[in-house]
Design a protein around this ligand. Structure first.
Ligand SMILES: Nc1ncnc2c1ncn2[C@@H]1O[C@H](COP(=O)(O)OP(=O)(O)OP(=O)(O)O)[C@@H](O)[C@H]1O
Ligand SMILES: [Mg+2]
Length: 429
């Protein structure tokens, strides 16, 4: 007997843009289609759709042809928590929809060994015209449960979702937060052996997110299988045993969560900002900034993307180095608010020298929260201002962990979240 809970084999999904249903609309329609397929499904198997086979290696054949997935294969072992990461449009949701039988693959197969509950993107999995209550029963049926079994779980689901009297309102009137609350309550309380979760943590409020993570953790501790999609590298690292990376429809690799996150960041490697040609600069120019690069950890090959809470290095390449040259890096957030400044002139005993024509600024635990930032770079020497470049480099900060602590959602509003510790009161339970 196989130990795999999910087996994905050569899965490809082709979309022809501009024809047929698009976007969310088709997903809503396919709830009914999924229910219909149940009646004659072969348990545990999603057959490839006939016709339109593909998955070969040729490039996108035209602009209207899109391969959302290309020959993807992997296993999720029983009891394993597998993270699935990749950029917008990489094919993550498409993969989960195929596993959940919301859509059919163009080629390949997926085998599910066990009862699966799925929490997909908002807009998927619920019928908009039906009430929350009706959708709970519909989802139970899709999971292969009897009405009686669902009825036994019903109160627990409503309590977990905290949506109260809205349970009898058509879900099309729900806010996206309410929608996700009910969807997660359904997916996690109908006792699935396998739980598939698409990016929920981004939608609910902080308290509900915490509840979801706790629920998933207890799921994992019970030895159930989870496939978890997230852009939150902190959640991926704290929750998953292993992670795989999708890039434009292809599986490019996997490993420990830390390895997969590194792969995901490397994929983003942007060209180091070449500043030698910039003319919008001030100063006497006898010393100049020629390049600016930033990277996370020891991953100097993948500049441009940094992880919150991880070590970061900023390298300022120079021409015309003279003794006494000093550098200031000023960091601004996406609203152009000054966030912090690094100045080499304010020296510390731990500073070192380098033979490279460069300043290297190392931050052991980057306290910048996820988002876009930019750097202004300035050089001074004995004669005063040597060089100054505004917006010398863009920085993108991704989710990470600060000494094991993930960011709480409200902190996402603030550009800085330093390392800290709490003592919490130890009162009666
Ligand atoms: N119904 C559809 N019709 C046409 N193209 C689609 C459809 N659904 C998805 N796509 C395309 O397939 C590709 C993969 O989409 P998918 O939603 O799976 O990405 P994702 O990895 O979940 O992205 P995100 O991180 O933004 O959620 C995208 O280019 C998307 O535009
Ligand atoms: Mg998605």
């Amino acid at each position: 007997m196989t130990q795999a809970a999910i087996e994905v084999r050569g899965l490809s999904k082709h979309y022809r843009l501009g024809t047929g249903p698009q976007g969310r609309g088709d997903l809503r329609d396919t709830v009914a289609a999924a229910a219909a397929r149940l009646r004659n499904r072969v348990r545990g198997r999603t057959p490839a759709a006939t016709g339109d086979a593909g998955g070969g290696d040729e490039a996108q054949s035209s602009e209207r042809d899109l391969w959302a997935l290309r020959d993807v294969g992997f296993d999720v072992q029983r009891g394993e928590v597998l993270g699935l990461i990749g950029h917008n449009g990489a094919g993550k949701s498409t993969l989960l929809k195929i596993l959940s039988r919301i859509t059919d693959p163009t080629a390949g197969e997926a085998f599910i060994h066990g009862r699966m509950g799925s929490l997909l993107e908002v807009g998927t999995g619920f019928h908009p015209e039906l009430t929350g209550r009706e959708n709970v029963f519909l989802n139970g049926a899709v999971l292969g449960m009897s009405r009686r079994e669902v009825a036994d779980k019903f109160d627990e689901i409503v309590a977990f979702s905290e949506i109260g009297r809205f349970i009898d309102t058509p879900v099309k009137r729900y806010s996206s937060g309410m929608y996700v609350r009910l969807a997660f309550a359904v997916a996690s309380n109908l006792e699935p052996e396998i739980l598939v979760v698409d990016e929920v943590l981004a939608v609910g409020d902080a308290a509900f997110q915490k509840k979801c993570v706790a629920k998933m953790r207890s799921f994992a501790d019970e030895g159930r299988t989870i496939l978890f999609v997230s852009h939150n590298m902190g959640s991926i690292q704290s929750l998953c045993d292993r992670a795989v990376v999708l890039q434009r429809g292809r599986l490019i690799g996997g490993g420990t969560p830390a390895e997969a996150v590194r792969m995901y960041l490397a994929e983003n490697a942007v060209e180091a900002a070449d500043l030698a040609d910039r003319t919008d600069r001030e100063g006497h120019q006898r010393a100049r900034v020629t390049s600016l690069r930033a990277w996370s950890g020891d991953n100097a090959d993948a500049p441009g993307y940094l992880l919150y809470g991880e070590p970061a290095t900023i390298r300022v390449g120079l021409s015309g180095v003279t003794r006494g040259l000093s550098c200031i890096l000023a960091v601004y957030d996406g609203y152009n608010r000054p966030v912090c400044r690094f100045a080499s002139k304010a020296a510390a005993a731990t500073d070192t020298t380098t033979d490279e024509p460069a300043f290297l600024c190392e931050v052991p635990e980057l306290p910048l929260t996820p988002g876009g930032y930019h750097l202004n770079a300035t050089l001074h020497d004995r004669d005063g201002l040597a060089d100054a470049i505004q917006q010398a480099a863009e920085l993108t900060i991704e989710q990470g962990l600060m000494a094991g602590r993930a960011l709480a959602t409200p902190q996402l509003e603030c550009p800085i979240a330093p390392r800290h510790a709490w003592a919490v009161p130890n009162g009666p339970a």
